[in-house]
Design a protein around this ligand. Structure first.
Ligand code: NAD
Length: 316
């Protein structure tokens, strides 16, 4: 019996796409990567550079330049093609350009016979994940936007920093839009299993009063803070995307906040938004519906309604 190797395609081999390629080969997540870009020379350059790493890594990943017609037997396609946001603009401003790029990509990919998992990163990511789901006709479980996975990592970093603990000992989600309207259900934040409000109360002498609204806004603006200093962001999102892919490939049943289709959950229907989801070899196995306070639900609803309004501008 032949052993099937894990094959990933990265569409868009710019800063985010190439960082994902590097993360995949250094973590040994798959056996083969296809680098696909409208700029074939760029894709080739990245593939060459990645292949030159193999000698000093633990695993041999074959990295090649690919075309959409090669995607038939690919297990997962990570889409990062899209214009990077402009300084001072919102991620939503790239909607029209990104939507057209998705249309040019998804049709040939589906014609190749692809039936694997899509992981969408291109912004505005919640709307692009919805668009790819509509264009591809794949089951909802097979189309995942990275959504608030990276924002949640940033939030955990900020909280962990306040109390000098490892971010992985913090349980916290940023939810809703991967954008300015995202929100944090504080009633579900824990450090080492202890509710966050108790942690704050018990540590007033160390941390004083904590401005929760500022923490949310710092989280939402964290990408821009990086952007303003280095022109864009890529390591954080690349690592989050690879985390999502590993949860799928390794059948982890890991809970990660990702952008996924809501069908009745949280009172919404037919919209992609960042919510905690159980990920395994089937993609999104199920959503985790956490019980929010009234105030939290108002913020969540506002964020998801914003995504929904933009999704409704797309025509099929
Ligand atoms: P980049 O400009 O470095 O790379 C984009 C790549 O896409 C380029 O190589 C370009 O040639 C390619 N491309 C453009 N149109 C294409 C098409 N039709 N077909 C194939 N390839 C095409 O940009 P980047 O910094 O890598 O960002 C890429 C995308 O990722 C943007 O939409 C950005 O907003 C998004 N992003 C998302 C997050 C997130 O958290 N979701 C974080 C960072 C960046």
């Amino acid at each position: 019996m032949g052993i099937k190797s894990r094959k990933v395609a990265i569409v868009g081999t710019g800063l985010v796409g190439s960082s994902i390629g590097f993360s995949l080969i250094t973590q040994g997540v798959c056996e083969e990567i296809l680098m696909i870009d409208i700029n074939e020379e760029k894709a080739l350059g990245e593939a060459m550079d990645l292949n030159h790493c193999i000698e000093y890594l633990d695993q041999h990943t074959k990295v090649k330049v690919g075309k959409y017609e090669d995607c038939g037997d690919v297990d997962a396609i990570i889409i990062t093609a899209g214009p990077p946001p402009k300084p001072g603009k919102s991620r939503l401003d790239t909607l029209g350009a990104s939507a057209m790029i998705m249309e040019s990509i998804i049709t040939p990919i589906m014609e190749s016979g692809f039936s694997g998992h899509f992981i969408i990163i291109s912004n505005p990511v919640d709307i692009m994940a919805y668009h790819v789901w509509k264009l591809s006709g794949l089951p909802k479980s097979h189309v995942i936007g990275t959504g608030t996975s990276v924002d949640s990592a940033r939030l955990k970093h900020f909280i962990a920093d306040l109390f000098d603990v490892d971010p992985r000992s913090v349980q916290a989600y940023s939810m809703g839009e991967h954008g300015d309207s995202q929100m944090v259900p504080w009633s579900h934040v824990y450090i080492g299993g202890k509710p966050f409000n108790k942690v704050i109360n018990d540590n007033k002498h160390r941390v004083g009063d904590i401005d929760l609204d500022k923490l949310v806004s710092d989280t939402a603006k964290a990408g821009w803070e990086v952007f303003n200093r280095k022109g864009t962001t890529y390591y954080g999102i690349a690592t989050a995307a690879v985390g999502v892919l590993k949860a799928i490939f390794n059948d982890e049943n890991r809970i990660i906040p990702v952008s996924t289709l809501l069908e009745g959950e949280y009172g919404f229907d037919g919209v992609f938004a960042g919510v905690p989801a159980v990920l395994n070899r089937n993609g999104v196995k199920e959503l985790v519906e956490i019980e929010m306070t009234e105030e939290e639900k108002v913020k969540f609803d506002k964020s998801v309604n914003l995504i929904k309004d933009y999704c409704n501008t797309l025509k099929y």
